[in-house]
Design a protein around this ligand. Structure first.
Ligand code: SF4
Length: 462
């Protein structure tokens, strides 16, 4: 009788296999996008049809640009004391106001103080904090690195073209509050209007610099460019031998995705430039700016699907903000939701040192903690790099790459050998520091001592 050889099964050899239980689809929160006629919750939009709500012209026309109008639309939704608080917030804000009906509809007006969208766009006086002593207008020194008006040339092969100075929304935290929007009680703006002569000077400069391969078209915001202006800029740059890549930067998809769906001329112009770029083996992409998971709805997904079908890559740059996305859960959800809509999470910025929004800033330490939990949560190519845009023009530095970081004083020091000589200081917000450290920052002599100690430590690599 033939002997029967018992085959060893995988279970018999080595450690037991672990089978992951299937996840309950209901728990996959990133896939649950707001749908239906959610805007009808707002009394002013109760009778608005889907067709109207999806029409970008209606969204633009009904966008609120005057604090008084905004306060009128909030009547009945929020308490009088909240309205009074918002009025005080506007009086102290360096930014203009512009809020689309879409955005207004996404805010939870039952809890406006803690809503991540309200926090970003509508200031309330009672939450504002004094600026850190080192905060200033144009902390990134964009104007100092500007060879012609509206063009910043900082990195060797890349330039930033500020084509115009308006946006589909005005964000409280805008780094470019020195130029974007109209003058406010706090700030008189640098003018960067659409102007053929200014644009020609920018094009001439880019053409004259063989090292420039990468152009970011921003503003303001590319959403505000007319279709023919998208074409003019795109095709002019594509014809330059030196230009290999361009990105149209826009916050539009986060605040008015309707435009991509219903402004056919604009979407076609972008598509034509991208197609022409592909023929010339040059990359044309969109860079956008979602900060909170709730900004992504089923309308967003439809808009991103349309760009995806047309072969247009979209990447996202997030700003880390207190109460908006400064928790592990919210950042993980944002990253997964972006990827679900084919938007690549590219950067998370530690908040720039912007005037008037100290309440929004977080510490470098917060960024490092969140990054640790985001990395590994999804595929590497969908994992954003957490950066500090080094104040003073050092450019984006990996948040972990400081030469020195003192969590007690909140000072981190970076170097940027391929961008600019010297040391670049970032300062955690005072609210993240101990009472003792906050008191030291109020004293100019102590301030100087803390900074020189940080510099000495950075030079010694401590
Ligand atoms: S959309 Fe961009 S440029 Fe415009 S206000 Fe917001 S952050 Fe500033």
């Amino acid at each position: 009788m033939a002997s029967v050889t018992k085959l060893k099964t995988i279970e018999d050899s080595g450690p037991r296999r672990r089978e992951k239980p299937a996840v309950d689809p209901a728990t996959l929160e990133h896939k649950h996008l707001l749908d239906g006629d959610f805007w009808r919750r707002i009394p002013a939009y109760a009778d608005v049809t889907e067709e109207q709500f999806l029409d970008h012209k209606w969204q633009a026309k009904k966008s609120i640009t005057k604090p008084k109008k905004l306060l009128e639309s909030l009547e009945g939704l929020v308490s009088d004391s909240f309205i009074e608080d918002v009025s005080r917030g506007f009086r102290r804000s360096p930014m203009s106001v512009r809020v689309s009906p879409y955005l207004l509809s996404l805010i939870d007006w039952d809890d406006p103080y803690n809503d991540p969208l309200r926090i970003q766009f509508i200031p309330v006086g009672s939450r504002l904090l004094s600026n850190h002593p080192e905060v200033g207008l144009d902390s990134l020194h964009e104007q100092a690195d500007s060879p012609v008006p509206g063009l910043t040339h900082r990195y060797s092969d890349k330039a930033l073209f500020l084509a115009l100075d308006t946006c589909p929304v005005y964000c409280r935290f805008c780094t470019r509050s020195y130029a974007v929007g109209t003058d406010t009680e706090e700030v008189e703006k640098v003018q960067l209007k659409v102007n053929a002569q200014r644009w020609e000077a920018v094009f001439d400069y880019i053409r004259s610099r063989p090292e420039l391969e990468d152009i970011v078209i921003s503003g303001g915001d590319s959403y505000q460019l007319r279709a023919e202006q998208i074409r003019t800029i795109g095709m002019t740059l594509l014809e330059m031998d030196n230009v290999r890549r361009m990105r149209f930067a826009t916050k539009g998809p986060a605040v008015m995705p309707q435009k991509i769906l219903t402004d056919h001329a604009w979407a076609d112009a972008l598509t034509d430039v991208a197609q022409r770029g592909r023929k010339l083996h040059k990359e044309v992409v969109v860079h956008t700016h979602f900060n909170a998971p709730r900004e992504i709805t089923s309308i967003t997904r439809a808009a991103m699907d349309k760009l995806f079908e047309r072969g247009i890559t979209v990447r996202n740059q997030t700003v880390l903000q207190r109460g908006v996305n400064d928790s592990i859960d919210s950042m993980q959800l944002l990253v997964k939701r972006l990827a679900y809509c084919n938007v690549h999470p590219y950067y998370v910025y530690v908040h720039d040192l912007v005037q008037g929004v100290e309440d929004l800033r977080t510490s470098v330490d917060t960024a490092l903690t969140i990054e640790k939990h985001v990395r590994g949560y999804t595929a590497g190519f969908n994992t954003p790099t957490f950066v500090v845009d080094a104040p003073g023009g050092g450019g984006k530095r990996d948040a972990h790459s400081f030469e020195h970081y003192n969590r007690e004083t909140g000072i981190s020091v970076y170097t940027a050998p391929s961008v600019k000589d010297g040391f670049f200081f970032y300062y955690d917000p005072l609210h993240a520091l101990s009472d003792d450290a906050q008191a030291r920052w109020q004293d100019p002599a102590e301030r100087a001592k803390m900074k020189s100690a940080a510099l000495a430590a950075a030079k010694q690599g401590r």
